[in-house]
Design a protein around this ligand. Structure first.
Ligand SMILES: [Zn+2]
Length: 390
């Protein structure tokens, strides 16, 4: 049997009911609660013949590693989906968000697009391949992670398992309408604090006002030139001051103020160099004003990731997408980050994002997945596994 025959045996009802089941197992993050869905998937994949390992991350939290074993003559292929979803907003949904209602050719529910649809497609791919009995020359690895929506807890744990790699490719079914993304921006989140001295609000000259220090700090930050080179798929560097907190009472001079800054970087930029620049900026402010005191803390540090469009794995994957959809996709970049920031460097592999969900629906009310796209994704992933591993 060849791999084209395997895709003929894919059954829509199996993919759809599995996707519904996954939506019904709530894994909203925070708090996470990925353990029940990890156990459910481990049960299915274990029965299908994969080697499964639950990776615990404390109460209620877990990732899952599942491997379809091969003769290990060639490098493995790694698929990675996250098990968690974002919470519901305040807006009322058309269909109950955890009921996985089918309507208008779509399955509706939290996580349908991001990314339980993609997760279901990967599980069916692994089951189909196991059922086919086709001998594999490289392992098929499913890294199903906890915490992607917050801190990539699971991907970080799996990235430390260096004995599994290197891999031929890391493929991630984040919502892309089955289009291909091969570059993502990095993220550098900073917490900047100023430290002052309290005094009675009627005698401000006796205190040191941390809020006013922050005003100066933000003004300098906005003037700061952070060098970068425009990226053909990602565009440029961005910086946004997004939260501010300071002071206690109207009649007390504030001794503390904290802002958080979200920086999105492009390949070629060094996060370390940016942090040094910020520290130099603070030092210069302190030289100008002896009472100025500030510090910087890094709260999230993910490098930008990019795969060259000329990479063989990208060409092969784009060819398979063309075979299934009838149109060859042009690889693009995305501004958000994914588990690829941890997995692609760890597995020394080109990264490709391609998933059946609509990217515009991720994290939105009335999230849904088009069943036809879901089936296309199973075909794409199955053909890919076959072509890379047989
Ligand atoms: Zn996602």
């Amino acid at each position: 049997m060849d791999i084209r025959k395997v895709i003929d045996s894919i059954r829509e009802t199996e993919v759809v009911s599995l996707c519904q089941e996954l939506i019904r197992i709530i894994s909203v993050n925070p708090p996470g609660d990925e353990l029940p869905i990890a156990e459910y998937v481990a049960g299915i994949l274990g029965k299908a013949g994969l080697e499964v390992e639950i990776i615990p991350h404390g109460p209620g939290r877990a990732s899952l590693l599942a491997v379809l074993k091969s003769s290990r003559k060639i490098q493995p292929l790694l698929y990675s989906a996250h098990l968690d979803t974002v919470p519901l907003g305040v807006e009322k949904w058309i269909h109950e968000p955890f009921a996985a209602v089918i309507s208008e050719g779509k399955i509706w529910g939290r996580g349908a697009a991001d990314m339980k649809g993609g997760l279901a497609a990967l599980i069916v791919t692994a089951m189909e391949l196991a059922r086919s009995g086709l001998p594999l020359r490289g392992d098929l690895i499913l890294a199903l992670t906890a915490g992607e929506e917050v801190d990539s807890l699971g991907a970080t744990a799996i990235a430390s398992r260096t004995e599994l790699g290197p891999a031929q490719a890391v493929i991630i079914p984040e919502p892309s309408d089955n289009d291909i993304y091969i570059a993502e921006k990095g993220a550098l989140w900073l917490e900047l604090s100023t430290q002052g001295k309290t005094a009675h609000g009627a005698m401000p000259e006796l205190g040191e006002n941390a809020v006013l220090m922050m005003v100066d700090l933000i003004a300098e930050l906005r003037k700061l030139q952070i060098p970068f080179k425009e990226h053909p798929m990602l565009g440029g560097f961005s910086m946004s001051v997004n939260t501010i907190q300071g002071g206690m009472k109207t009649n007390v001079v504030p001794d503390g103020c904290v802002v958080t800054v979200d920086m999105r970087t492009v390949p070629g930029q060094s996060h370390e160099a940016i942090i040094i620049r910020i520290k130099e900026m603070i030092a210069a402010l302190s030289r100008r004003n002896s009472t100025f005191k500030a510090s910087v803390k890094v709260t999230n540090d993910r490098p930008p990731v990019e795969t060259s469009p000329k990479e063989a794995a990208v060409g092969m994957f784009a060819g398979i997408v063309e075979e299934v959809l009838g149109e060859r996709p042009t690889p693009k970049g995305v501004r958000y980050y994914t588990d690829a920031t941890a997995l692609a460097p760890a597995f020394k592999a080109p990264m490709i994002i391609c998933g059946p969900g609509d990217p515009k629906l991720a994290h939105q009310p009335n999230e849904n997945i088009v069943i036809e796209r879901l089936l296309q994704a199973v075909k794409i992933y199955t053909l890919t596994a076959g072509r890379f591993l047989i």
